[in-house]
Design a protein. Structure first.
Ligand SMILES: N[C@@H](CCC(=O)N[C@@H](CS)C(=O)NCC(=O)O)C(=O)O
Length: 194
């Protein structure tokens, strides 16, 4: 039995969405980041965390990769060229989307006030727009890896939603439509209803 730790409005959403896609049962503990409750699972207080029985797993994309490999779904098999390309895209999204959004969050409310540099946000927004245009350009079919939904789609869509919430510039129509179609998936809707 899986237990997902972290609120829907955090990177825990990626894990909730993944488990809904897999149709795997799970419990949800919507503990806030850094809360005492989150620390009872993950001593760092970071979310998401996933308990698989007694085993603690951390980091959203490590968790998603573990689940995809374990259940043999939503990923190319490990050790294949297709997987190397899928992983390259995942790491690119972490560098160009997640890290940029996280830097903006740090300089908005995460870091102690004396370490925040709000002026950096304009630069981060410009960087994000450049990366979003690149992603839009490489999007050829319905999904990032072609005709099948896979892990990078969960990461990309979560970051696109995060960007809207953080007041980042609008992405182009093609990428907007891509995000919209992913949000319409029953598994996304079920996770978002948490
Ligand atoms: N790379 C990690 C980042 C986890 C992370 O920083 N989560 C945020 C909430 S979305 C958090 O726990 N922040 C609290 C903190 O940084 O102390 C992942 O993808 O899970």
């Amino acid at each position: 039995m899986y237990t997902v730790v972290g609120p829907m409005k955090s990177r825990a959403m990626r894990v909730l969405w993944m488990l809904e896609e897999l149709g795997e049962p799970y419990a949800h503990v919507p503990a806030a980041p850094r809360s005492d409750e989150a620390k009872t699972y993950n001593p760092s207080g970071k979310v998401p965390a996933l308990m698989d029985g007694d085993d603690l797993l951390t980091d959203s994309m490590a968790i998603l990769t573990y689940l995809a490999d374990k259940h043999g779904r939503l990923t190319a098999p490990a050790g294949t060229i297709a997987r190397a390309r899928q992983d390259a895209l995942t790491f690119w999204l972490i560098d160009e989307f997640d890290a940029v959004l996280w830097a903006a969050a740090k300089h908005s409310f995460v870091l102690p006030e004396e370490h925040r540099l709000p002026a950096v946000k304009a630069s981060l927004k410009a960087e994000f727009s450049t990366s979003a245009a690149k992603l839009s350009q490489r999007l050829e079919g319905e999904f990032l890896m072609g005709d099948h939904f896979s892990l990078p789609d969960i990461l990309a869509c979560h970051c696109l939603n995060w960007a809207v919430g953080a007041g980042f510039p609008r992405v182009d129509e093609k990428l907007f439509a891509y995000g919209k179609s992913l949000r319409a998936r029953p598994a996304f809707q079920a996770a978002a209803a948490r």
